[in-house]
Design a protein around this ligand. Structure first.
Ligand code: ADP
Length: 498
């Protein structure tokens, strides 16, 4: 992709990078939520197990001491030690210390067991305790701050089974060492997994966006090429995919087609106009040069030249006016939106005017409309369309001077027909008479004051108001121009029925 022009201070950040970044952040959030939920469930369960193991150990040790000192009211350090580490009973078949659940409890490195006498003096301990003694009447398990982290401490009063007297106190601590080791390991694994997820999803996002956004390169290259050379015939290549980007590529192509058509039309228009102006300017120049050389003292030549110059300037005037009308006709859709007029009135008005101005012609109006009908056309424009058609009918009628105007209605439209019985138009010319500056017989049309713009103006006006204009003609027999215009939707009046 070529270098992109950026506004000052705006750093270019590729969509791919943004996409990759977005995907990585998104998946990181999802992973974090999932991991936190799982880790918290897992650690809660682990803690529950540690607490349970503490509870079991306490029960085992307390029961054993209670059993061993049933009749005693005191015990010594040695007695307790002996009782806790005594050899298994003779009925223990395999003779292993480690089948004794209490000894297993004592061997558990997470647990520290400490026994105090009635006065609170320590008489037995399997290791160093981190919390002090709390004399409890029953049993309690507490979570408290240890040396490095939180620990579980269980307290229980020891009493003689026989006498019910307090023998001492039992304190069992679970330092949660394996729990914290597990948690640490889980955090490490989660951290590593998260880094992996970020890298993998980021890379996947980048490559996916690279594949998906590849057509943007083609669009970018095409736009840059056309920007550098507006008439260059280059288009976005076919993408063979059916998504937003292929739609965008197609739209860019259509826009470029339209833009180049406008450029061509503009060039054509300038060349047409200069060509049209060349004839009157040459004529004026010829007459003025002739006057300059010989005509100053020749009143006859002077008179005829002045007439010719006047005729040509008025032709140029009408040409300029018609060109202006043509360019305005392009904008009716926007400029005259919402205008409307009664078609019956406009047609009757134009018919009456022509009847009066051309008494040598026989004008006939055949009006099939029973009610007044509105069309969404600006009044003056409808009049202009009818004048162009009637003017031509008059201009190109030679022997049979008869013009029929018809007005009829279809379901959603009205149709105006202007028919003459004049020279008519051949099929080849009929295809082109609506083109700008097109005249069937240039010299004859010029003689009659035509610039070849009338029908082009009429067509643009009619189409600007969403109507149609068509021609049926037969050479030597006359022509029929048909204009169809949509009807304005009238809201139905209450209580009035058609
Ligand atoms: P112009 O100003 O030259 O009449 P138009 O655009 O109105 O230009 O018409 C284009 C050409 O179509 C005319 O030059 C003429 O040759 C032909 N034409 C238009 N209307 C008629 C008609 N009613 N009968 C025969 N030829 C016509």
């Amino acid at each position: 992709m070529g270098k992109r022009p950026m506004k000052k201070g705006n750093r270019f950040v590729s969509l791919r990078v943004k996409w990759a970044f977005g995907t990585a952040i998104g998946s990181m959030i999802i992973f974090l939520v999932l991991a936190l939920t799982l880790v918290s469930a897992f650690t809660t369960d682990l803690l529950r197990q540690e607490r349970h193991s503490l509870q079991t150990s306490m029960t085992t040790v307390a029961r054993h001491i209670d059993d061993s000192f049933q009749n005693e009211s005191q015990f010594t350090s040695r007695q307790v030690g002996q009782s806790l580490y005594e050899k298994p009973d003779s009925h223990d078949k395999d003779g292993s210390y480690y089948h004794h659940s209490m000894v297993q409890s004592l061997a558990n490195s997470n647990l520290t067991i400490k026994v105090y006498d009635r006065q609170g003096r320590p008489v037995f301990a399997t290791g160093k305790t981190q919390a002090g003694l709390k004399r409890q009447s029953g049993r309690s398990i507490q979570q408290t701050r240890g040396k490095f982290h939180k620990i579980y401490v269980g307290y229980q009063r020891l009493r003689s089974k026989q006498t019910g007297q307090t023998l001492g106190y039992l304190q069992v601590e679970n330092h949660l060492t394996s729990y914290y080791q597990h948690v640490q390991r889980i955090h490490l694994v989660c951290g590593l997994l998260m880094i992996l997820v970020i890298i993998v999803t980021g890379l996947m996002g980048y490559f996916l966006s690279y594949i998906l956004l590849r057509p943007l390169n083609d669009i970018h290259d095409t736009v840059v090429a056309v920007r550098n050379d507006p008439v260059k015939n280059i288009r976005v290549p076919e993408m063979h995919r059916h998504d937003e980007l292929s739609e965008l590529g197609q739209m860019v192509n259509e826009m470029l087609d339209q833009m180049q058509r406008y450029i061509e039309q503009q060039g054509q228009f300038v060349s047409d106009v200069s060509h049209e102006l060349r004839t009157p300017i040459t004529i004026i120049q010829g007459h003025v040069e002739m006057l300059d050389r010989w005509g100053k003292k020749d009143p006859k030549l002077l008179d005829s030249s002045i007439k010719a110059v006047l005729q040509e300037t008025s032709r140029m005037n009408s040409l300029v006016q018609e060109m202006l009308d043509l360019s305005r006709a392009e904008e009716v859709e926007v400029q005259f939106k919402g205008s409307e007029c009664v078609v019956n009135d406009v047609v009757t008005h134009v018919y009456n005017d022509y009847k009066m101005v051309h008494p040598d012609f026989m004008f006939m109006l055949d009006n099939d409309l029973k009610n007044k009908i509105k069309v969404p056309v600006y009044h003056d424009h409808l009049e202009q369309i009818l004048i162009i058609l009637c003017d031509n009918a008059v201009k190109y009628s030679t022997k049979r001077k008869e013009i029929h105007i018809t007005l009829s209605r279809n379901l959603n439209s009205v149709e105006i027909g202007v028919q003459d019985f004049g020279e008519g138009i051949g099929p080849e010319d009929a295809k082109r008479v609506f083109d700008r500056f097109y005249r069937v017989d240039k010299a004859r049309s010029r003689k009659k004051g035509g610039n070849g713009l009338g029908l082009a103006i009429a067509k643009r006006l009619v189409e600007g108001y969403h109507g149609t204009i068509s021609l049926e003609s037969s050479l030597g027999y006359g022509s029929l121009f048909r204009v169809t215009l949509p009807i304005v939707d009238e809201p139905k009046k209450k209580g009035k029925q058609n």
